[in-house]
Design a protein around this ligand. Structure first.
Ligand code: PLP
Length: 380
């Protein structure tokens, strides 16, 4: 039986989520825009889900714009907010997910100045560099709440206060933080926030951009004017219902599961350190389920394949750009040497993982490393 340790890539939809979704994949197939009974029932289900999502992040339902996922929400913020502004400066951290980094690069091609904020060796954004960046007129700032590779939690509230003082729109990608640590839109003081269902035991294909009502946004997908005119296209009712249910579930059990995940992570940190691995982001605040490490002189891709053969599903570098063999841009931004970064392996736990699985994993890792080190020694 394979053990799944890759929850930052995606999670299995919870049984309760599936149960909530099923009627909307069967009899309740109405279009939420239709005025008849079928449509009314679909519309009510979408409204209920909007409230469930809103409650988890402490906003009003009317601030939740449903989209297809985190990638679309990040694109909607950067492109949609930029469309209302004169091209000034866009500021992003050096460790953003490609679905923030690339739209920001696209703005640079359109004449915006792109400023990447430096991160420290522990993965935390350098606040002095934020101040330095904000001395130039700035339209948009985007800094993620938790990094998908290291799990490092950024001081988003502090950065948002600085951005607000300079009258810039502040966005955070909270995809990896949601369901693992409290995520409160108001307390963070941001103008927009991205979240995604499939990282919190919901279905793929649903996410949201949560917005401050004062934020001016132009849609990037045009059509019938759904989602307050910000995202046209017939709502994916089953996925949205599943997203709402996953948010409700997260609100109920987050404290309990986070404590358990933290225990699994602490044991893993200790175990991989004892095997000679370097842990990235250690010492910085991190989401409780993630550990990211490299064993010197051992290739990360090879380690992932060997661990897979031993029955453990883990990720090398960033799973979201898995076809690339380049070392992780996040680790390079942290000043990690490319040779060591090539060894990076991410373990991300979920609610069903157990302490016994972690012990088995550490044993398997020990055996695999021994074998690979012997091979490396022979090759040298
Ligand atoms: N942002 C972060 C930090 C992520 O980790 C991911 C997915 O891996 C995304 C955005 C993209 O989200 P989605 O898969 O819902 O498009």
């Amino acid at each position: 039986m394979h053990v799944y340790f890759d929850h930052n890539a995606t999670t299995a939809p919870d049984e309760r989520v599936l149960e909530a979704m099923l009627p909307f994949l069967k009899g309740e197939y109405g279009n939420a825009s239709s005025r008849h009974e079928f449509g009314t029932r679909a519309r009510k289900a979408v409204s209920r889900a909007r409230e469930q999502v809103a409650r988890l992040v402490n906003v009003q339902g009317s601030q939740v714009v449903f989209v297809s996922g985190g990638t679309e929400a990040n694109n909607l913020f950067i492109k949609g907010a930029a469309a209302y502004l004169k091209s000034t400066q866009v500021v992003v951290s050096g460790v953003e997910h490609p679905c923030v980094a690339k739209p920001a690069q696209d703005l640079a091609r359109q004449g915006w100045k792109l400023r990447k904020i430096a991160v420290r060796p522990n993965g935390l954004v350098d606040l002095a560099d934020v101040d330095a960046a904000l001395t130039d007129p700035t339209g948009l700032v985007s800094v993620m709440l938790a990094n998908n590779e290291t799990g490092v939690i950024q001081p988003v509230a502090e950065i948002a206060a600085k951005a607000r003082a300079k009258r810039a729109w502040m966005h955070t990608d909270a995809v990896q933080a949601l369901g693992k640590i409290p995520v409160d839109f108001e307390a963070l003081g941001v103008h927009a926030m991205t979240i995604s269902a499939h990282k919190i035991y919901g279905p793929k294909g649903a996410g949201a951009l949560v917005v401050d009502k004062r934020l001016e946004l132009k849609p990037i997908i045009h059509g019938g004017g759904h989602e307050m005119g910000l995202r046209s296209g017939t709502e994916n009712v089953p996925a949205i219902v599943g997203f709402g249910s996953a948010c409700e579930l997260a609100a109920e059990r987050m404290d309990k599961i986070s404590r358990k995940l933290q225990e699994l992570r602490e044991r893993t940190d200790q175990g991989v350190s004892a095997l000679g691995a370097v842990i990235f982001g250690q010492g910085a605040p991190r989401i409780p389920n993630t550990t990211y490490f490299a064993a010197p002189n051992i290739d990360g891709e090879t380690l992932v394949i060997e661990l897979d053969k031993a029955g453990f599903a883990v990720a090398s570098g960033a799973a979201c750009s898995s076809t690339s063999t380049e070392p992780s841009a996040t680790l390079l931004a942290m000043g990690v040497a490319p040779e060591l970064a090539r060894g990076a392996v991410r373990v991300s736990f979920g609610v069903h993982n157990t302490a016994a699985q972690v012990e088995d994993f550490l044993q398997a890792l020990s055996a695999v490393l021994k074998r690979l080190r012997r091979l490396t020694a022979i090759a040298v």
